[in-house]
Design a protein around this ligand. Structure first.
Ligand code: PHE
Length: 342
């Protein structure tokens, strides 16, 4: 016991004389005293030689010694950090630099909202290539080579191989789904599409769409109307009104365009709705039997509806973005307005 006391005193003296400042020396201190083969471990070995009645007292002493060494080690580490900070002129009491949190692009926000709404109705998401062949983009969709409706969807071709083009709508993805899968089919096809347009506030050479396709037995125009009405209410709120206008698409028959009551002027008339109180948001219709037959789907047994909307247009109405070019200019003043929007 005497020997132990004496030994501890010596170590304590040695420890108070140790004043390492750099990280390597402090680590050596830790290994020397607190390591697995260190001094603290080795003095613990004295316990076995201590008489039974003294064990409690010796235990206490050894424990105190261990705490002392640990406290010294912590103190050395702290002073080292302060030294380091002082040496490099860092004021560690200053608040940190804020981390700039990025935000999702408004078109991604809207696209995701559209997807979520249709997923609730049981639609699956299908995607396909942006570089397409003529068949998937036009031919299969009942737009043969000399069809005048191709004029409205002029696009970009590749010199070396005019059979390839940049898709003008994501109907091409619907074609790829019908190619692989027999009904029931219930998909939405989000993605970027291209058209040969002069860039202005109202037109761009690329934009984004979400198209939808539902084919099964007994699918009717009533299903189409109710599905799209549900979508509009989920997207814009319960007060919004809808109307369908007859239209023409080669791949649907009958076809209809859907308008919603203008959210900007609430139907009173403004620039966005061209003073009509209504804005067009999508095209739709019952899938043309020829399109079904193109994919070997029996048009006597199955019917279906399809629709297609522009994400930019939905975004314009929801967030009042009045110039299409804002979406692709990467102006941080525009983009940061959507921070925190989900
Ligand atoms: N594909 C059409 C377009 O891009 C939209 C549409 C899809 C219309 C499905 C009707 C049915 O203009």
């Amino acid at each position: 016991m005497e020997k132990l006391l004496q030994q501890l005193e010596e170590y304590k003296k040695a420890i108070s004389a140790e004043n390492p400042t750099n990280a390597d020396e402090i680590e050596s201190f830790r290994i020397k005293y607190l390591g697995t083969k260190g001094i603290v471990k080795s003095v613990m070995g004295f316990m076995k030689d201590v008489a039974v009645e003294k064990k409690k007292e010796a235990g206490q002493l050894l424990n105190d010694f261990k705490l002392l060494v640990e406290a010294k080690y912590e103190a050395l580490k702290n002073t080292a950090t302060t030294h380091q900070a002082n040496a490099s002129n860092i004021d560690i009491s200053l608040p940190g630099n804020p981390i700039n949190v990025g935000s999702r692009h408004p078109l991604s926000l809207i696209k995701n909202q559209i997807i979520t709404i249709f997923q609730r109705l049981g639609f699956a998401v299908a995607e396909g290539p942006e570089i397409e062949d003529d068949w998937h983009n036009f031919g299969a969709m009942n737009l043969p080579e000399d069809h005048p409706a191709r004029d409205m969807q002029d696009t970009f071709y590749i010199h070396q191989n005019p059979a390839w083009l940049l898709r003008t709508h994501t109907s091409s993805v619907q074609a790829r789904v019908m190619e692989k899968q027999q009904p029931p089919i219930r998909v939405i096809c989000p993605g970027r599409v291209y058209r040969n347009e002069t860039i202005s506030a109202r037109a761009h050479c690329f934009f984004h769409q979400v198209e939808g396709l539902y084919i099964d037995e007994n699918v009717s125009f009533a299903d189409l109307k109710q599905t799209l009405y549900y979508f509009v209410q989920e997207m814009f709120g319960k007060d919004v009104k809808v109307r369908f206008r007859p239209s023409y698409f080669p791949f649907t028959e009958p076809s209809a365009e859907m308008d919603i009551s203008c959210l900007i002027c609430e139907g009173n008339g403004c620039n966005v709705c061209k003073h009509t109180g209504w804005v067009e948001i999508l095209g739709s219709g019952m899938v043309h039997p020829k399109v079904l037959e193109n994919f070997g789907i029996d048009s006597n047994k199955y019917t279906g509806f399809a629709f297609g909307m522009g994400v930019e247009r939905i975004c314009q109405l929801k967030y009042r973005v009045n110039d299409l070019r804002l979406y692709s200019q990467n102006d941080i003043r525009f983009l940061k307005q959507f921070t925190g929007v989900v």
